[in-house]
Design a protein around this ligand. Structure first.
Ligand SMILES: NC(=O)c1ccc[n+]([C@@H]2O[C@H](COP(=O)([O-])OP(=O)(O)OC[C@H]3O[C@@H](n4cnc5c(N)ncnc54)[C@H](O)[C@@H]3O)[C@@H](O)[C@H]2O)c1
Length: 451
C-alpha cells in the first residue's frame, strides 16, 4: 500500500488511479456471501488480486481449499482463482493494510423489532479502522438507509485519526446482484456509485474495471437511496399483484392470464407476479430501512407499510385457499391432513431460504394441526435460522409417485425448473399452485387450485 509521504510525491488519487487502471491493485472484500463472493470472482477474473475477509472460519477454509458454498458459483471457479494466486480468504483483518480498495458486503438485517440492524457494518468498520492506511478507498456495498456511510461508517473510520476526503476515500455503491438470474451477473450489471469529489472518481475507476459502465451520483446518501428505491419499487408492485390476485380470484379471473396479456403492451407496464409471499434477504427487509430513517424527519412511508401488510398476509391467504379446497372437495379439515410443501427456497432455482414464505406457510398449517413435510431438491436440509430455529434439521422428502400419493394435498411455494409438475399433479389429490408452476400441465388440471 502506498503512503502519502513527501510533497513532491504523486497524489494519493494519482497512485490509486494508476494501480486500478493497471490492474495491479489489491482489492479487499469483507463478507464473502451471496454478494461478496461473486464480486471477488469478478475482480479476480479481470486480473486484480483479491483478498477476501469473513468472520466465518468454515467459509474461509472452504474457499481456500477451492470449494464453493453457493450453488450458482461452481467450485471450479473458486479453485481456479485460488490456484492462480488471484484470490485468498482470511479471518484476519490485518491484511487490510495491503489492500488498495476495501469493499464492505456484510449483512444488513432487521432487529426483532423490525428496525435496522447495523451491527455488522459497525463491527466491520471498527475492525477496518485499526488497519486503515492513507490513500485507501473504502466502499460500502451493503443495502442500507440514506446517511449510513456518512453518519455511521465515516465517524468510526475517522477514529483512526485520518479524515475521509483528505487521507482516505469513502464511497457507497449498492449491490444489484440477482442470484439465479440467467441474463445478468455482477460483470454485466451497471453500478451506481455515490461519493464526494475524488472519492467518487476513484470508486468509478474501480468499478469501471469490472462492469460495462458506472453511474455516478452526487453523494453516498443518493446512492443509498437509489438502492432502496429499486427494492421498494419491487415490494410495492409485488404487493399490488398480490392484492389484485385476491380480488380477481373472487371474480373468477385468473391473475396470471391477466398479467400475460397486459405485458403485451410495449410501454407503461412491467410484469410482476403473485406468490405465497415475499422472501429473500432484500425485498421484505430493505424498505423498512427507509421507514425507520423517515421517522427522523417526522415522515411516514405509507406505501412501504401497506405493501408490507399486503405481502405479509399472503401465506395466510394461500393456506386458507388450501383449507377451502380440502373442505369442499373431500370434506376434510386441515387438522390431521398430510400436506406437502413443494419448494422451500424464496425463489426459483436458488438454494437460498432466507425469509422464505414457505416457513410461514408450514407454521400456519402446523398450527392448524396439519402434518407437513417439504420437498426442495436445492435445500436437502433446513439449516439453522434465527426466526425458525425449531425447523432446523428437517429434511426434504424424496420424490416418487408413491410418496406424492401419500399426501392429502400439495402446496407449490417455489417453482424450481427441475421439478416435474405433471408428475406432481398426476399423483396428488389436490395441488394448490401459488406460482402458476403448473401452467404447462395438460392432464388432471381439475386437481389444481391456483392461489
Ligand atoms: N443476496 C442478494 O441477492 C443481495 C443483493 C443485493 C444486495 N444485497 C445486500 O448485500 C449485503 C450482503 O448480503 P449477502 O446476501 O451477501 O449476505 P450473506 O449473509 O450471504 O453474506 C454476508 C457474509 O458476511 C459475513 N460477515 C458477517 N459479519 C462480518 C464481519 N464483521 N466481517 C467479515 N465478514 C462478515 C458472513 O459470515 C457472510 O459470509 C446486504 O446488505 C444485502 O442486503 C444482497
Amino acid at each position: 500500500m502506498t503512503m502519502i509521504q513527501a510533497t513532491d510525491a504523486p497524489s494519493p488519487s494519482k497512485v490509486l488511479e494508476g494501480r486500478l487502471r493497471a490492474r495491479t491493485a489489491t482489492i479487499g472484500i469483507i463478507g464473502l456471501g451471496y454478494v461478496g463472493l461473486p464480486l471477488a470472482r469478478t475482480f479476480a477474473s479481470q486480473g486484480l488480486r483479491v483478498l477476501g475477509f469473513d468472520i466465518d472460519a468454515d467459509k474461509v477454509e472452504a474457499l481456500n481449499s477451492g470449494q464453493s458454498y453457493i450453488r450458482h458459483i461452481p467450485a471450479a471457479a473458486i479453485a481456479g482463482m485460488v490456484d492462480a494466486g488471484a484470490f485468498r480468504a482470511s479471518t484476519d483483518y490485518s491484511a487490510i493494510r495491503s489492500c488498495d480498495a476495501v469493499l464492505i458486503c456484510v449483512p444488513t438485517p432487521l432487529t426483532r423489532h423490525r428496525e435496522p440492524d447495523l451491527s455488522y457494518i459497525v463491527s466491520t468498520a471498527e475492525a477496518i479502522q485499526s488497519h486503515l492506511t492513507a490513500g485507501q478507498l473504502i466502499v460500502l456495498e451493503s443495502t442500507t438507509y440514506p446517511g449510513t456511510t456518512d453518519e455511521v461508517l465515516r465517524p468510526i473510520l475517522e477514529l483512526s485519526g485520518m479524515k475521509a476526503g483528505a487521507d482516505f476515500f469513502l464511497a457507497f455503491s449498492p449491490e444489484r446482484e440477482d442470484p439465479g438470474n440467467q441474463s445478468y451477473e455482477t460483470a454485466t450489471i451497471p453500478k451506481v456509485v455515490g461519493g464526494d469529489g475524488e472519492a467518487l472518481r476513484m470508486a468509478c475507476i474501480l468499478y469501471d474495471q469490472i462492469v460495462p459502465h458506472t453511474v455516478p451520483v452526487s453523494s453516498c446518501s443518493t446512492a443509498e437511496a437509489v438502492k432502496l428505491t429499486e427494492n421498494i419499487f419491487r415490494a410495492v408492485n409485488i404487493a399490488l399483484v398480490n392484492e389484485l390476485k385476491v380480488v380477481y380470484d373472487r371474480m373468477g379471473i385468473d391473475i396470471w392470464e391477466v398479467i400475460e396479456a397486459a405485458k403485451s403492451k410495449p410501454f407503461g407496464f412491467m410484469p410482476f407476479y403473485p406468490s405465497a409471499g415475499l422472501g429473500g434477504h432484500c425485498i421484505p427487509i430493505d424498505p423498512f430501512y427507509l421507514t425507520w430513517k423517515a421517522r427522523e424527519f417526522d415522515l411516514s412511508t405509507r406505501f412501504v407499510e401497506l405493501a408490507g401488510e399486503v405481502n405479509a398476509a399472503m401465506p395466510a391467504y394461500v393456506v386458507e385457499r388450501l383449507a377451502v379446497g380440502l373442505d369442499q372437495r373431500f370434506r376434510k379439515a386441515v387438522c390431521g391432513s398430510r400436506i406437502l410443501v413443494v419448494g422451500l427456497a424464496y425463489k426459483k432455482n436458488v438454494d437460498d431460504m432466507r425469509e422464505s414464505p414457505a416457513f410461514k406457510v408450514i407454521e400456519l398449517l402446523e398450527r392448524r394441526g396439519a402434518v407437513v413435510e417439504y420437498h426442495d431438491p436445492l435445500i436437502p436440509e433446513i439449516r439453522p435460522t434465527r426466526e425458525h430455529a425449531a425447523m432446523t434439521g428437517r429434511k426434504s422428502v424424496a420424490w416418487s409417485p408413491e410418496i406424492l400419493a401419500g399426501f392429502d394435498a400439495a402446496m407449490i411455494v417455489t417453482d424450481h425448473d427441475c421439478i416435474d409438475w405433471q408428475e406432481l399433479v398426476d399423483n396428488s389429490r389436490l395441488v394448490v399452485d401459488t406460482r402458476n408452476a403448473t401452467k404447462a400441465v395438460r392432464r388432471n388440471r381439475q386437481w389444481i387450485i391456483k392461489a
